[in-house]
Write a protein that binds this ligand. Structure first.
Ligand SMILES: *Cc1c(COP(=O)(O)O)cnc(C)c1O
Length: 377
């Protein structure tokens, strides 16, 4: 039997909530399930406001509009990230500026940010890779000094903390994903967390096709009309109903993932002094067990491990191809300095299967990984 990298699973009441949503007679967005999810997320993240979106990609695009990215504006971000972090900037005709990652957390190297700042720099988009928060105090300090916005790409980081504060509460804005590969899922889905109160009203307008529909429903204006540029960034109620069923069980989901993460980490520890890189969690952070990766000594061994596991029926994929070496990245973005860790580590990283209710498949994966590593290292 094949073991997938990810298996989307029901956590509890998703189907009942969907049935209830249909019964309530509103399937478009911003119904009662959307509000329930937003309230749950505000509590969880500690943000000033949260708006559900149809993806993290959409939330990042909203963020780029809200902070007013204009043609030629630069945004500093890691190259080791998903394309959406950069696309959000490129769609406003802004320019992503890539800097290298730290070799320990694989997050943006905060010490390289200052040298990438130019008079055109508008914002920093840190990514919390594997659900481990970036070094946000230093990043926010630089942002204050140079008057920049900070948008957290917190796609992977729901439930993680940095110095006791939740990921998503640390920048002016933060984008979350509920894609089926994330911890809390709704197939496709996302949310924009807003910590700068001054951005809330315009966020509501941008998300509702540039109209003041929200204010109309609150009785603040007597008709709703087109007031700004905008698009449709909201999910329908069926998605929100599913998501509510997941958010209700977040503690169970996260602790199930953490058990798997910890078991991998214990089982693979003996290979640490044989050249295998393992995840590093800074003392200042807690993480949400979003993914478990290992770092092989070189590309050949990484490819060999992926091939051997595939023969065992185990799907263990590599991860991001650095954006600065991609065709669009070469054309549409800039690179600040050399990115040796990004290039080197992306060649060597493998992700192991991690999903709720992995059950006894976990021991089979560990058995095979340990067997291969024993021969290879
Ligand atoms: C998954 C992910 C995204 C995109 O999320 P979608 O909800 O699929 O749009 C963006 N950034 C990072 C870092 C991600 O991991």
């Amino acid at each position: 039997m094949n073991i997938p990298f990810n298996r989307p699973t029901l956590a509890g009441l998703e189907l009942e909530h969907i049935r209830e949503a249909i019964g309530l007679g509103q399937l478009s967005g911003d119904g009662s399930f959307t509000y329930k999810c937003q309230a749950q997320l505000i509590r969880l993240i500690g943000a000033e406001a949260v708006l559900l979106t149809h993806s993290c990609t959409a939330a990042l695009e909203m963020a780029a509009m809200l902070i007013g990215i204009e043609p030629g504006d630069e945004v500093i971000m890691p190259s080791y990230t998903f394309v959406s972090t950069a696309n959000a900037v490129v769609l406003r005709r802004g320019v992503p500026v890539f800097v290298d990652i730290r070799p320990d957390t694989l997050n943006i190297d905060e010490d390289l940010i200052e040298s990438a700042i130019t008079p055109r720099t508008k914002a920093i988009f840190p990514v919390h890779y594997a659900g481990v928060p970036a070094e946000m105090d230093r990043i926010n300090e630089i942002a204050r000094q140079y008057n920049l916005y900070v948008v957290e790409d917190a796609a992977q980081a729901l439930g993680s903390t940095y110095k006791g504060r939740s990921a998503g509460s640390l920048g002016h804005l933060a984008a979350f994903s509920f894609h089926e590969t994330k911890n809390i899922i709704s197939g496709e889905g996302g949310a924009l967390a807003i910590n700068d109160k001054g951005l809330i009203e315009r966020a509501e307008i941008i998300r509702e096709k540039g109209t003041n529909r929200k204010r109309f429903f609150r009785g603040q204006v007597d008709k709703y009309t087109w007031v700004d540029a905008g698009s449709s960034f909201l999910p329908g109620e069926l998605i929100a109903a599913f998501l509510h069923g997941q958010l209700d069980r977040i503690d169970v989901i996260q602790s199930d993932r953490m058990t798997t993460w910890t078991r991998y980490n214990e089982a693979l520890q003996p290979f640490h002094n044989r050249g295998l890189g393992l995840p590093f969690i800074p003392q200042t952070c807690t993480h949400n067990a979003h993914l478990y990766y290992i770092i092989l000594p070189n590309l050949e061994l990484r490819q060999s491990l992926i091939a051997r596991l595939r023969e065992d029926g185990i799907n263990a994929p590599f991860h991001y191809v650095p954006l600065h070496t991609s065709p669009a990245g070469l054309k549409l973005a800039k690179t600040s300095g050399m990115l040796p860790y990004t290039e080197n580590l992306s060649d060597r990283l493998v992700r192991l299967p991690l999903f709720p209710q992995i059950g006894e498949q976990l021991e089979r994966v560990i058995d095979r990984v340990v067997h291969h590593l024993d021969q290879m290292l």
